[in-house]
Design a protein around this ligand. Structure first.
Ligand code: GLV
Ligand code: MN
Ligand code: MN
Length: 413
């Protein structure tokens, strides 16, 4: 298939801007947490667009959505293209959304060109990629890939104690098809880089060769509530002061394992959260990442040592997620690279710093990703921004890679 086929960049941009109106925030971003009314609206809009493009839309037991455009060979496994429509609480317009709507743009372009692919094409919207409402992230692509059980996913709870399964029922997206039954021949995900590398080097395409490892922890620090005025400083059991020591340790452990090690405390709950009561309980989260799982083990050991050294409060540390680094499939990575080369786009091979559904799916299906730059490398921020021409270039690479892989899925045709 020739590399001359091009997607419609203006249409892609318009779709991203239209989707961004759902749960738009005043600062220009989106706050569309998974399984909320906004998520439902996004799913309905996506469904309408896919059906208008001639696709059949289905969803599985976890609400993962699949929009299928049939190919020439009914026996060939589909080339799936997708990402997620949920966002962080203060998320942007592009993280995840680009990857889903790039899949839609590929299908629309194939329709415009009257092209029948060998294998079917499926556009995918994975449920709960962000993990902001229900931890861990990439939950439902994780079940798809066999990394988590269905019941584990259904039983996750949000901060109000609402179960994932109940939230899914509420928006009407608990399908009947078992999660993982819908088989793919290959999976491709387009995404903004969410880091500064491409922009720094003036490159347009990241050919992603894999994703780094992640370990997520829940920490509970228990001290003793007491009066802030009448309790002498010596002998207090201040859970927040103990938590602060641990938070500093997270920072130091990441720096000690730099430049690739990163550590973040993004969520903190103080109890009773009253100005004149010494905090008796603090719960917080830790997110450690590194491309090498052995280094993550070193970071884990350092964290345990810090927990063991805390004398003024009781610390309970639970690793709720151990996600090892992943390498993408050579043929899929090559298909992305060949497309970037054919289109004379400046590119580099790189490992993803962020987690992605592709990192889960890759454990079951040949997978690769294409990155495009984002301004100042900023993401998980309302100001997240990608240039229309970069999104267009990434989608053109996706189109060509999907056509290449579609031929490989149906070798007899
Ligand atoms: C998802 O956005 C992650 O990398 O945590
Ligand atoms: Mn994302
Ligand atoms: Mn994200």
């Amino acid at each position: 298939m020739s590399s001359n086929h091009r997607i419609n960049g203006a249409r892609l941009w318009q779709s991203i801007m239209e989707m961004a109106k759902i749960d738009a925030l005043p600062g220009g971003g989106c706050g569309r947490l998974t399984l909320t009314d906004g998520d439902l609206k996004a799913r309905e809009l996506f469904t309408r667009w896919c059906e208008d493009a001639g696709c059949t839309v289905t969803y599985d037991r976890l609400g993962n959505m699949f929009a299928r455009r049939e190919g020439r060979d009914p026996d060939a496994l589909p080339v799936a293209i997708g990402s997620h429509l949920d966002t962080q609480p203060h998320g942007g317009k592009f993280d995840g959304i680009f990857g889903v709507l790039a899949g839609l743009e590929v299908v629309r372009t194939l329709n415009d060109l009257g092209l029948e692919t060998d294998a079917p094409i499926e556009i995918v919207n994975w449920t709960n990629e962000e993990g902001a409402r229900f931890a861990p992230a990439m939950l439902c692509s994780g079940v798809y890939a066999g990394l988590f059980d269905l019941d584990f996913a259904l039983s996750r709870e949000d901060a109000d104690g609402l179960r994932f399964g109940d939230a899914l029922e509420r928006i009407g997206y608990a399908g009947t098809e078992a999660c993982g039954d819908n088989k793919f021949g290959a999976f491709l995900e387009a995404h903004i880089e969410q880091g500064p590398v491409l922009e720094h080097h003036g490159e347009v395409i990241g050919v992603v060769t894999g994703g780094q490892g992640q370990r997520w922890y829940d920490v509970t620090v228990t001290g003793r509530d007491a009066h802030s005025g009448s309790t002498p400083m010596p002998g207090r059991s201040d859970a927040l002061v103990a938590a602060a020591r641990l938070i500093q340790a997270v920072q130091h452990i990441a720096l000690d394992n730099g430049p690739d090690g990163v550590g973040t405390v993004g969520e903190l709950h103080v109890n009773p959260n009253s100005r004149n009561t010494i905090p008796g309980e603090v719960r917080f989260t830790i997110d450690f990442r590194h491309p090498d799982d052995e280094v993550l083990s070193v970071m884990d050991t350092s964290l345990l040592a810090q927990v063991g050294a805390e004398k003024d409060a009781k610390v309970e540390l639970e690793m709720i997620w151990h996600n090892p680094p992943v390498r993408f499939d050579t043929a899929c990575v090559d298909a992305i690279e060949t497309a970037a080369e054919a289109q004379k786009l400046p590119y580099r091979r790189m490992v993803s710093g962020a987690g992605h559904d592709a990192c889960q799916v890759a454990r079951k299906v040949p997978t690769a990703m294409v990155f495009v730059p984002c301004r100042d490398g900023l993401s998980h921020n309302e100001a997240e921004w990608a240039e229309p021409e970069h999104l267009e270039a990434g989608c053109n690479v996706l189109l060509q890679a999907a056509l290449t892989l579609s031929r490989q899925m149906a070798p007899a045709s």
